[in-house]
Design a protein around this ligand. Structure first.
Ligand code: GLA
Length: 394
């Protein structure tokens, strides 16, 4: 039995039937993710600590009548019809790019024409990785559909290549791994150098994680993300060519970074310092979680927020405000902006009895300051991608 709300399973099946006049053959559910700590270091030799959450991109798929395949975006009320075995090229920011990117990586398979519809319960633009759920979820569905036999790791890499080549975002692999490999009630501790990972029980009692969605997404987020990557890579390349002992950011010490400061400039220096500190913080955080020293974990989250805001410069006024106000709420041990940045969610570690009061307080203060209604999502850590065949329907 899969761990997805029955309501969503039923809704998606009925939507498919309404669209295409028959029942689907297969349903796939790809979750969004949180990341406890380890931000912007999945493409910087770091360790990251994400987890899948109980919000999903759901896909229903079945055979098409003619030669062409049809994809319906239920939330947008838009369709995309194509020959799935065609050659695809990216178009300017459009949801179909995620499908084209995935299809182009199945070009060695003979894809039988299909009808597919999809819908999401992952809030868009909130930094909860709805795009990784979209590309990896479709890759998973197509893998089942074509019986291509690709591994979960290959599906995650397909999702990442889709972002790079069709969406123009040079992301790391954290989001794709979280949606593919997530495990209920566990964090995924991922080594982004060799892509190995282990599961860590997510037991924070009596504390819990709460997300406050700032509901802003600043428009230059994607280009700024790619720019951060270039700035930090400039530092890494020089470190590697200057010091033979340096193969990755894990091998660098502060003295070495100081020695190349003049050559890389202040900006790249700040970015690299953040990366080195964040790599260390993840390792400290893992010890705090193991020893249940949650106050210490909270202080590490705060340090990550300051680093992301002041050194990596990916926060924004709205998130900084929410962060400051969150720390003044009763029961809060720590908080930080989460994900790529420039908007999206604040992740808060808070005593479970104080959640409601904090949500009320923060939404009031945020509305008064920015005139924006925030949203609050209590975090439930769920399972990675799951599927069910139609005959298993509840
Ligand atoms: C986005 C990217 C990830 C990661 C985070 C920041 O979510 O897709 O690869 O870099 O930002 O940690």
């Amino acid at each position: 039995m899969i761990d997805v709300p029955n309501g969503l399973i039923r809704e998606l099946s009925l939507d498919f039937k309404a669209q295409f006049g028959r029942s689907p053959s297969l349903l796939v559910f790809a979750p969004g993710r949180i990341n406890v700590i380890g931000e912007h270091i999945d493409y910087n030799d770091g360790y990251v600590c994400p987890a899948a959450i109980d919000k999903f991109m759901g896909f229903a798929i079945g055979p098409a009548n003619g030669e062409l395949s049809l994809i319906t975006a239920l939330d947008l009320n838009e369709e995309f019809q194509c020959d799935a075995n065609d050659t695809f090229h990216p178009e300017k920011t459009h949801w179909t790019n995620y499908f084209k990117g995935v299809l182009s990586q199945f070009s060695t398979e003979n894809i039988a024409p299909f009808q597919l519809c999809f819908k999401s319960t992952i809030p868009g633009g909130a930094g909860l990785s709805s795009s990784a759920a979209l590309s990896c979820g479709f890759a998973y569905a197509l893998n089942e559909w074509t019986k291509a036999g690709k591994s979960k790791k290959e599906l995650a890499l397909i999702g990442q290549r889709t972002e790079h080549e069709f969406a123009g975002v040079n992301c790391g692999l954290m989001d794709q791994f979280a949606t593919v490999f997530g495990q209920k009630n566990h964090l995924l501790l991922m080594d982004c150098q060799d892509l190995s990972f282990s599961y860590v029980p997510a037991d924070f009692e009596p504390y819990t994680f709460l997300l406050i969605d700032s509901k802003v997404k600043h428009s230059l987020a994607d280009s700024a993300y790619n720019q951060r990557r270039r700035e930090v890579e400039k530092a890494k390349e020089l470190l590697k060519s200057t010091f033979t002992s340096v193969h990755s950011f894990r091998d660098v010490n502060e003295t070495q970074l100081e020695q190349i400061k003049a050559e890389i400039g202040d900006v790249s220096h700040k970015r690299a310092s953040f990366v080195m500190e964040e790599i260390q913080r993840v390792s400290d955080a893992m010890k705090s979680i193991e020893d249940k020293r949650f106050e210490h974990l909270g202080s590490l989250l705060n340090a990550t927020h300051r680093g992301l805001s002041e050194m990596y410069e990916v926060s924004c006024a709205e998130l900084d405000f929410l962060h400051d106000q969150a720390l003044a709420c009763t029961g809060v041990l720590g908080a930080r902006m989460m994900g790529g940045g420039f908007g999206g969610c604040l992740l808060i570690l808070i005593h479970q009895d104080d959640v409601q009061a904090a949500v009320t307080q923060l939404s009031k203060q945020y509305l008064a300051k920015f005139g924006i209604e925030s949203a609050a999502y209590p975090v439930k850590i769920g399972q990675g991608i799951q599927h069910m065949n139609w005959h298993e329907q509840v």
